[in-house]
Unconditional design. Structure first.
Ligand code: FDA
Length: 397
């Protein structure tokens, strides 16, 4: 391939998101001529909307155990070779102020724009070009590379990197393009579904929980042998908050969730003790001590618990403790890709090199970021995967 001609680049990356920009800077610093293409009018739209506009850009405690994949060992190598500390050093070098909002979760102090600007600056310094509003219509193989037909003419490259993300938030430019390219080149794409997404409820339950809307409380939610102890938020649409987003990645349609509303309490012992010490006190009062007032009151009414504890037999207390410790909720579904933070599933990693992210049988075609079947827990892990996989490919492409 004639390197140096106007339309030829060593590396073309499709997708100017987190993974694509990181890959572009890395490859550019190696002296490769790099072009990043995106069909959107702006780069990194998801970075800008992430973390409530402040981008939870990494998690200092990120380990491979924080990722879901059909091939769980795949992510280990890249995550080890580009760590949260490495990204933090980059952030510090750019003088971006940050704060640890929850253990390990690093957010920008000011705005997610800082992270995007940092990546664009790195691309500029590395000589990588970012070209927006460019849709790729067709990708074909050439002798030793690829040809891309775009709305503004043909481009060729030695290495092609697919960094087009998953299906979540279509209004932000998400497409299934990466999966189609994978299939075009004979790769298996594992079924995709929305992850880190709020639950919807059946109308009757939604109505019952309406008085709890807007209230958040710390819970321990269980499903499929997984559990997360984080806040839950009842909304007018259903259940959200970190606990529900986390468990949604493990939930399958038809499953029930078991929610411990008082994870810090020994509920049964507390109630037995309370009945002994203050027999006139009520379950509502007990709940009021441990849950937000409005939640306590509404939940108590929902369950129809009334009267003093002395009227409760041991078996009644067992029942109350079970409801509070394992409140069983069967969601109707999830809000789907419309609001999901991530897409589970994607390009099967068994066909990719864990060292370079390249297709094993096609070492000049790479898949990075969310388009592959590696999905992180909530809390900065997904960006860490985007950075680590972007660097791995950028060091090879
Ligand atoms: P990403 O989606 O970032 O980029 C893909 C790019 O490809 C986009 O620019 C898109 O326009 C482009 N593209 C798609 N199809 C194309 C086509 N056909 N042609 C050309 N270009 C195409 N994670 C985290 O760790 N911390 C957080 O705080 C958050 N917060 C958060 C909030 C919200 C609301 C969402 C939706 C997601 C998060 N995430 C997150 C998840 C995180 O945003 C996500 O994992 C990464 O952005 C994935 O990076 P990628 O580069 O793989 O895809």
């Amino acid at each position: 391939m004639a390197a140096g001609s106007a339309s030829h680049f060593n590396v073309i990356i499709i997708g100017a998101g987190a993974a694509g920009l990181m890959c572009a800077a890395t490859a550019g610093y190696r002296g490769r001529s790099v072009l990043v293409l995106d069909h959107a009018n702006k780069p990194g739209k998801k970075i800008l909307m992430s973390g409530g506009g402040r981008c939870n850009f990494t998690n200092l405690n990120s380990t491979p155990a924080n990722f879901l994949s059909d091939n769980p060992h795949y992510c280990i190598s890249a995550l080890k070779r580009y760590t949260p500390q490495d990204f933090l050093e980059l952030v510090d070098r750019h003088g971006i102020e940050h704060e640890e909002k929850a253990p390990g979760q690093l957010f920008c102090k000011d705005s997610a724009k800082d992270i995007l600007n940092m990546l664009l600056t790195e691309c500029e310094w590395a000589g990588a070009e970012v070209r927006l509003k460019t849709a790729v219509e067709r990708v074909t193989e050439t002798d030793g590379g690829y040809r891309l037909r775009t709305g503004s003419g043909d481009l060729t490259c030695d290495s092609l990197v697919i960094a087009t993300g998953g299906l979540s938030i279509p209004t932000m430019g998400a497409t299934g393009f990466g999966y189609r390219i994978a299939e075009q080149f004979g790769l298996k794409v594992l079924p995709t579904r929305a992850g880190l997404v709020p639950f919807t409820l059946h109308p009757e339950l939604k109505e019952q929980l309406a008085p709890l809307s807007g209230v958040s409380c710390p819970v321990d939610v269980h499903c499929h042998g997984q559990h997360f102890r984080e806040p839950m938020l009842v909304t007018h649409r259903g259940l959200s908050g970190p606990a529900m987003l986390q468990i949604s990645s493990f939930w399958q349609p038809g499953d029930s969730l078991a929610i411990n509303l008082l994870p810090a309490c020994q509920i049964r012992n507390d109630l037995l003790e309370l009945r002994k010490q203050r027999p006139q006190s009520t379950i509502g009062q007990y709940l009021g001590q441990h849950l937000p007032k409005r939640f306590a009151q509404a939940f108590n009414e929902l369950q129809g618990w009334s009267g003093p504890l002395q009227a409760y037999k041991n078996s009644d207390i067992d029942q109350v403790a079970e409801v509070l410790g394992q409140w069983s909720i069967k969601p109707a579904g999830t809000e789907g890709y419309r609001t999901a933070e991530v897409t589970l599933g994607g390009v099967d990693t068994r066909q990719l090199s864990s060292k370079t992210m390249a297709v094993l049988e096609r070492p000049n075609l790479y898949f990075i970021g969310e388009v592959v079947d590696v999905t992180g827990h909530l809390g900065g892990h997904n960006f860490q995967w985007a950075w680590a996989s972007g660097v791995a490919a950028g060091n090879s492409a």
